[in-house]
Design a protein. Structure first.
Length: 246
């Protein structure tokens, strides 16, 4: 079933013309921001936080490559702290070597650790490429909610036709406040609204409007399909979205 305004050969394109991102192509905004902040910590702390960043990732994901990285960066931090005392004492033997080692440790942990963290951040924060599917779950819930709304609106119309008319159930062409989940009153809605029903073309909508005027309305999707000579596969769609107020 295609939505109005979306070509049949591009069923996955949104109404705005943009193609949704595949699940592995991106994370939700909140998680993406958190992953970038995590990956940037080594640079922001001049490498001091690098072992702790990878240690946290190791505890979270329990992956061997993260454990090895944690051990390596911890060893570098230990070496950096060990040579710091010699570096701060100009008279100490090996002062120049200590300064070189200290600088190398800072560079590797800050620049290398930051680069490393950015390389693995997706595997840490979205290892299975499923975070981007949150939008799909929301879409499913929206469809389920609208089904419930249609069911309730149809029950209300069955028990109180006058109230249904006053609420303008099935009349998206009129100002209203009641959400009927996308129902269309086939006995009263104009051809332009009928054409928004799944599978109903403008030509079929015009035919339905003409037959409706001749027959005085319909009582069911089956009767509509029979009288208007509609394709059989449209009956179930019309039963789902159509309302037949008399």
């Amino acid at each position: 079933m295609n939505r109005p305004g979306i070509p049949a050969d591009r069923p996955y394109e949104s109404a705005s013309g943009s193609v949704p991102r595949v699940p592995s192509d991106g994370m939700s905004p909140g998680r993406a921001a958190l992953s970038v902040a995590w990956a940037g910590l080594p640079m922001l702390t001049l490498g001091l936080a690098t072992p702790f960043c990878f240690a946290a990732a190791t505890l979270w994901r329990r992956r061997a490559h993260l454990l090895l990285a944690t051990i390596a960066y911890t060893a570098l931090l230990a070496l950096q702290l060990a040579v710091r005392s010699d570096m701060n004492d100009p008279a100490a033997p090996g002062h120049d070597s200590a300064s070189t080692v200290f600088g190398a440790c800072v560079f590797i942990q800050a620049v290398g650790g930051c680069f490393h963290a950015f390389l693995v951040r997706r595997r840490v924060f979205d290892p299975h490429g499923v975070d981007g599917t949150a939008g799909n779950e929301a879409a499913i819930e929206t469809v389920r909610r609208r089904r419930i709304l249609r069911h309730r609106a149809r029950e209300l119309a069955r028990t109180d036709v006058a109230l249904a008319r006053e609420l303008r159930i099935g009349r998206p062409d009129l100002p209203r406040h009641y959400d009927d989940g996308g129902l269309v009153d086939i006995n009263r809605a104009p051809a332009g609204v009928l054409a928004t029903l799944p599978g109903v073309t403008p030509a079929l909508a015009a035919r339905i409007e003409r037959i409706r005027a001749e027959a005085g309305g319909f009582v069911s999707a089956e009767e509509l399909s029979a009288l208007a000579g509609l394709p059989p596969d449209l009956t179930s769609e019309l039963a789902e979205y159509g309302l037949f107020l008399r």
